[in-house]
Design a protein around this ligand. Structure first.
Ligand code: NAD
Length: 368
């Protein structure tokens, strides 16, 4: 098959890490008989420098015409870069928000997976970690508190701020369906997280998830209150497969879960709409402190490309092959600087390598 991939290399380490993900896709193409062609799309600080705005209509049209978009990262040093002297709507991040909105990317997926070889980076005790954990946090991305009406005004002589948390049944149903579909590709369990003991939007959330669950009799599901979920993540993370939740709860819980895995350089993400289209990007930023040095970890971007294979192109076997190659590289003792063991006694047999070498090592291990 032929796939047309839009590539937003972006700023900082973005061009370095997307180059490695493209290498990996090309290797997948060679091994499994697919063809990936790429179209560069300008977004972020590099777009400001080139054309004066972080995202043009032309760039949005290019993204829409792609089968999926692979992104590196955008932005610079927020204290020193001239991009941050501009008003907020003209800064690099405004481009990303506009792109997400234009493409109606309402479902954000962030896996939290603990690699056996990186266990020591996990802050939890060994008896809690056990054989590791593997969960997928699915966060609603375009509704809820962050998009509701807000106002700050004087009421009865007191400064008062108000934010509105709104969800309609369609917004809940479409992401619930996505979560159950994705659980079907995994260990077939959904934990829907809300605060239904207190707030109305959560009560509606729970009702619609109950209705949606009836369409998926082979998927186990449960409800969990968000405060309990925050505790369970550190008490027994193994219990989770897919966690489904609204925007703000997902924002907080996905950061908590990502800390359990130890390194930002290992964490992929996907943002999906209700077609097969998705925007795939590492969870980290543009890392201006290490940009251009050839030392950034490309694994999060490579795993984002694997998510693209799985969720946009339905190439599960190919995605498995990339994920297996990443595991094998770690097993063989190769690490970028961010995932090097800290203690001297753990460094035996471990070799530090750079961005491009890591991409090459992963490519070498991709087999059918
Ligand atoms: P950051 O994620 O860029 O960096 C935080 C730390 O993690 C740094 O020490 C960095 O070197 C390290 N790091 C991040 N990715 C790494 C990788 N792949 N390999 C090795 N180390 C890695 O966060 P920040 O410094 O707060 O933000 C820098 C810029 O990135 C800002 O402009 C911010 O707005 C932007 N940002 C963009 C995105 C995005 O593109 N989606 C996301 C977050 C932050």
């Amino acid at each position: 098959m032929k796939y047309h991939v839009g590539v937003i290399a972006g700023d900082g380490i973005g061009p370095e890490i997307t180059a490695e993900a493209r290498k990996v896709l090309d290797k997948v193409g060679a091994v499994f008989g697919h063809q990936f062609d790429y179209e560069d799309i300008l977004m972020g600080g590099c777009s400001i420098d080139a054309v004066g705005v972080p995202l043009t209509d032309e760039a949005i049209a290019q993204a829409k015409a792609s089968d999926a978009v692979l992104m590196g990262s955008i932005g610079g040093n927020t204290a020193t870069s001239p991009w941050y002297q501009l008003e907020p709507s003209k800064r690099p991040e405004a481009g990303l928000l506009k792109l997400r909105k234009s493409l109606q990317l309402f479902a954000n997926l962030r896996p939290a997976y603990l690699y056996n070889e990186l266990k020591e980076a996990c802050p939890l005790k060994d008896d809690i970690i056990g054989d590791g954990f593997d969960m997928m946090i699915m966060r609603e991305l375009t509704g809820g508190l962050y998009f509701g009406k807000r106002v700050t005004e004087v009421r009865d002589g007191l400064m008062t701020a108000e934010d509105t948390l709104t969800y309609n049944e369609e917004e809940i149903r479409r992401i619930a369906k996505r979560a159950f579909d994705i659980a079907g590709k995994r260990r077939k369990k959904v934990t829907s997280v809300d605060k239904a003991n207190v707030i109305d939007s959560s009560r509606l959330w729970r009702k619609i998830v109950d209705e949606t669950a009836k369409e998926y009799p082979d998927i186990a599901y449960e409800h969990m209150l968000v405060d309990n979920c925050a505790m369970q993540l550190v008490k027994d993370p193994k219990q989770f497969d897919v966690i489904l939740t609204e925007n703000m709860f997902g924002d907080i819980l996905s950061d908590e879960a990502s800390m359990l895995t130890g390194s930002i350089g290992m964490l992929p993400s996907a943002s999906l709409n209700d077609t097969k289209f998705g925007l795939y990007e590492p969870s980290g930023g543009s890392a201006p402190d290490i940009a251009g040095k050839g030392i950034a970890n490309p694994i999060a971007t490579i795993l984002s490309a694997a998510m693209m294979l799985r969720y946009s192109f339905d190439l599960d076997q190919e995605a498995d092959a990339v994920e297996a190659a990443v595991k094998q590289v770690l097993r063989d003792g190769y690490r970028t600087i961010d995932i090097m063991p800290q203690q001297e006694d753990k460094k035996a047999g471990i070799k530090q390598i750079g961005t491009a070498q890591m991409g090459d090592m992963i490519c070498e291990r991709i087999v059918k």
